[in-house]
Design a protein around this ligand. Sequence first.
Ligand SMILES: NC(=O)c1ccc[n+]([C@@H]2O[C@H](COP(=O)([O-])OP(=O)(O)OC[C@H]3O[C@@H](n4cnc5c(N)ncnc54)[C@H](OP(=O)(O)O)[C@@H]3O)[C@@H](O)[C@H]2O)c1
Length: 263
Amino acid sequence: MKIIIVTGASSGIGEEFVRQLDKSFQRIDEIWMIARSKDKMDDIAKELETKTRIFSMDLESKEDLGLLENILTVEKPDICMLVNCAGFGIMGDFSTGNISEQLSMIDLNCKTLTHVTYLCLPYMVRNGRILQVASSAAFSPQANFAVYAATKSYVLSFSRALQEEIRGREIFITSVCPGPVDTPFFERAEKYGHTLRLKKKFSVSPQRVVHDALIAAKKRKSVSVCSLPIKAFHVASKITPHDWLLEIVQYFAGKEKKNEEKI
Ligand SMILES: NC(=O)c1ccc[n+]([C@@H]2O[C@H](COP(=O)([O-])OP(=O)(O)OC[C@H]3O[C@@H](n4cnc5c(N)ncnc54)[C@H](OP(=O)(O)O)[C@@H]3O)[C@@H](O)[C@H]2O)c1
């Protein structure tokens, strides 16, 4: 049985992956959708042509990851594509923030992504694809988004190294690194802080991110960066000392704060 697995399939970028893969991927028997919100995934599945299986799982839970392992062991599917999309971010000052939320971010964005990749690898087919949803936050440290940016740097670093390890098996990994994307992500992310207005101007649709990511994966590219400003930031992050980038962003943040105080 040939399948695609998408985590974080109930909303935003993950939901869009499911929708575009349903239309574009031929010869797939099932799309396996994983997230906590069963009702949302049921509603999405009703609109798809491909047969789906819905797994209502909390991927931060060891029991649910154990369940996924058991299902894979029993079913032994041929995984043509794995999209690791489940993740979240929390902005704001680290030292006054909520530590369990910060640790939870590390658990889901790093530990779960690593674990799901490990569980799926034995079942990946030749010429299969793994899409790891990172972020442009992976390119440089970010004050007031410190843990999130660090988790995404982990995803990028891990994925690039793993690509070299599995190249002989002809499995190709693409790290998806968009800037701000117009999804419910910010409802949770902006609980204690807010995104720079300047940054939000570069916001793109999930449709565009997923479209570009699938093309990048098809071309076996290691990184997919959507939109020109974020591509420019990617280049800048390679040639500019990160201390400078941190200072530049803080400068704009200070300016925006002053403007808000004036209003
Ligand atoms: N939006 C952006 O600006 C942006 C930019 C760059 C990268 N990203 C990355 O893109 C990915 C998807 O984010 P999004 O923008 O699509 O946000 P989103 O709409 O909030 O989607 C997050 C997805 O993750 C799932 N999820 C969260 N906690 C989970 C858990 N414990 N177990 C299982 N699933 C869980 C959610 O489903 P349930 O709540 O149903 O569990 C949902 O399907 C994240 O990794 C994010 O870091 C987002």
